[in-house]
Design a binder for this molecule. Structure first.
Ligand code: SF4
Ligand code: SF4
Length: 333
C-alpha cells in the first residue's frame, strides 16, 4: 500500500510535465510564500477515528493509536496565546472528540478568546460513550464543520461506510435541536466532496441543493456548505493508483488550474500542527510528512521564520487550485 509510507507517495506526485511549483511560478508567485499574518492554528490531534472512510487523507481508523500528548496541547495553547493574529483554533483528526486533549483545547482556546472549529464526522455523536459531545460543543459555542459527501444515502455510504448516512442524519437532527444551524452562536457547516473523478462544482449551487433536499427529506437545517476537491494523498491516492486512474485525475486537476486561487491557499494563512507537535504547511503536507524544516516543532516555533519560509509543494497541490479552488473553508473563489 502506497499510503503506509508517506515517502512512497512522493514519486506519484512528481510526474507532471509542469510541476505545481513551476505552474505557480508562471503565475508570478515564485516561490510560494505565506501571508504575513497567520490567522488559523490547525491542530491534528491524532489518527484514531470511529470510521475508516475510503477517501480519508489521514488514513484514520479505529485501530490507530496516535494521539496528541498533554505537553504538546499545552504548548499549542501557548502558541495561540502568543500570536495575536491567530483568531481561530481548528481541531481536526481522526475524530478529534475521541482524543484526551480535546476538551482542554476547546476550553483553553475559548478562554483565550479564539473561535474554535471542530471537524466532526457526525457519527461520533451517537457512538456509545460520546453522548457528552453535542452538549459540550453547544455549551462552548464551538463551530462545527461536518462531512456529508451527499444528501443521498447511497453516495454518502459508498464513500464513508454502510450506515454512516443514517447516523449522520441522526447527528444533524440532534445538533439542530441544540440550536446548531439555527442560531448565529451555533454555526453548522457541511462539507461536500466528489464521489468520482471530477471537481467539486459550484459551491453556492450545491449549498442551495443541499438546503432544499435536507429540509424536505429530514427537516434538517445548516448554516452553509463547503465544497472541497479530493486531493491525491494517502487512501485516495492509493485507490487512484490501484484503479489505474491517477493520470486521468491529475489531468482533470492540471487542466483546471486556476491562478486566481493562489492568494487564498490555506497554507498561506495557517500553522498546521501534528499530534506530536511537528509543524507543517497544511494537513496534506502533514500526511506526506513534509515538515517545515526551518521551524520544525511547536516547542521551538519562531513566527518570523515561519512567515519567511517557502511552502513545500508537490503535484497534490493542484487539487487546491483546480476550478474554484479548495481549502478547509471550502471554495477559494
Ligand atoms: S471520518 Fe474523517 S478522519 Fe475519520 S476516517 Fe472518515 S475521513 Fe478520515
Ligand atoms: S496541499 Fe497544502 S501546501 Fe499544497 S497548495 Fe494545498 S494547502 Fe498549500
Amino acid at each position: 500500500m502506497i499510503r503506509s509510507n508517506p515517502a512512497d507517495q512522493i514519486p506519484f506526485l512528481t510526474t507532471q510535465s509542469v510541476s505545481f511549483a513551476d505552474r505557480v511560478a508562471q503565475a508570478g508567485y515564485h516561490p510560494l510564500k505565506p501571508a504575513k499574518d497567520i490567522r488559523i492554528l490547525q491542530l491534528n490531534v491524532g489518527k484514531w477515528c470511529n470510521q475508516a472512510c475510503r477517501h480519508c487523507h489521514v488514513d484514520a481508523s479505529p485501530i490507530r493509536t496516535e494521539t496528541m500528548p498533554e505537553s504538546v496541547a499545552r504548548q499549542c495553547m501557548e502558541l495561540a496565546a502568543s500570536i495575536p493574529s491567530i483568531d481561530t483554533v481548528d481541531l481536526t483528526g481522526g475524530a478529534p472528540e475521541g482524543h484526551a486533549v480535546f476538551q482542554y483545547l476547546v476550553t483553553e482556546s475559548k478562554r483565550l478568546g479564539k473561535k474554535v472549529i471542530d471537524r466532526c464526522n457526525l457519527t461520533i455523536l451517537s457512538e456509545p460513550g460520546f453522548e457528552w459531545v453535542s452538549p459540550f460543543l453547544a455549551d462552548h459555542e464551538v463551530e462545527i464543520v461536518a462531512s456529508l459527501p451527499h444528501f443521498s444515502q447511497s453516495r454518502t455510504d459508498q464513500q464513508r461506510g454502510l450506515g454512516v448516512f443514517d447516523r449522520s442524519v441522526t447527528g444533524l437532527k440532534r445538533l439542530n435541536e441544540l440550536g446548531y444551524g439555527r442560531s448565529p452562536k451555533h454555526p453548522l457547516y457541511l462539507v461536500y466532496n466528489p464521489t468520482g473523478l471530477f471537481l467539486a462544482g459550484n459551491q453556492g449551487e450545491l449549498e442551495r441543493e443541499y438546503k432544499t433536499e435536507l429540509k424536505r427529506r429530514f427537516d434538517i437545517e445548516f448554516t452553509g456548505l463547503y465544497a472541497l476537491n479530493n486531493l491525491p494523498v494517502s487512501r485516495f491516492l492509493d485507490s487512484l493508483v490501484r484503479a489505474g486512474k491517477l493520470e486521468d485525475y491529475m489531468e482533470v486537476l492540471t487542466t483546471n488550474f486556476n491562478p486566481g486561487t493562489i492568494d487564498g491557499l490555506m497554507c498561506r494563512h495557517q500553522i498546521s500542527v501534528g499530534y506530536d507537535g511537528s509543524v507543517y504547511d497544511c494537513d496534506f503536507n502533514q500526511m506526506l510528512e513534509l515538515k517545515v524544516a526551518i521551524t520544525p516543532t511547536v516547542f521551538d516555533f519562531d513566527p518570523d521564520l515561519f512567515t519567511q519560509r517557502t511552502i513545500m509543494t508537490y503535484d497534490h497541490c493542484y487539487g487546491c487550485t483546480a476550478g474554484a479552488g479548495s481549502s478547509c473553508g471550502g471554495s477559494i473563489q
